[in-house]
Design a protein around this ligand. Sequence first.
Ligand code: ADE
Length: 222
Amino acid sequence: MRIDILTLFPEMFSALQGSILGRAQKQGKIEINIVNIRDYTLDKHLKCDDYPFGGGAGMVMMPQPIGSAIESIDPNHDAWRIYMSPKGGVLKQQKVFELIEREWLILLCGHYEGVDQRVIDLFIDEEVSIGDYVLTGGELPAMVLTDCVSRYVDGVISTGSLVDESFSDNLLEYPQYTRPQEYKGLCVPEVLRSGDHAKVDAWRRERALEITKKCRPDLLNK
Ligand code: ADE
């Protein structure tokens, strides 16, 4: 899978170089390209934002640098183009499953008061929000989306981890334990040390149900 991220703040994306996503990129399983929108401005002072027509606080990202970046990267509109925005549909696991079917995503990150509406009207397929709160920009949301989509690319993480995790079967994940057997007076449940796989599976299913009922009962009604 290929993901191109358009931003005015490319330095923020060093977080994607570490851990599992860093390794997946080195192994060629995913390609993540960070594109600096400023490289595409035709303004001699490299300006990419301006005051909003009609007045109001803050600055708005101008259409030309973003439009030129998208037209140059994806001239035939082969990618699925997403604008990270609090106005979009809220990202849920089901949306992640839809997005992994796409071979190529372009994620546009707004900053300040967002982007000129004509960019959205002309170039964007979908707006996606990562939750009902407003962040300073779309960079962290783009990293969130990139992370949760990349996990499902073949070979990025073990399939076992994907089967048992939260939201599969609309259940939250059961609790996990590792060594030591006792920590500050709390012991690992006996059943997990029994070696009886059927019993372990049943215990995990019960705990998953219990936790989902307690923390996210809405998931059980789906
Ligand atoms: N940009 C600012 N806030 C956002 C959010 N909640 N989701 C996606 N993009 C955003």
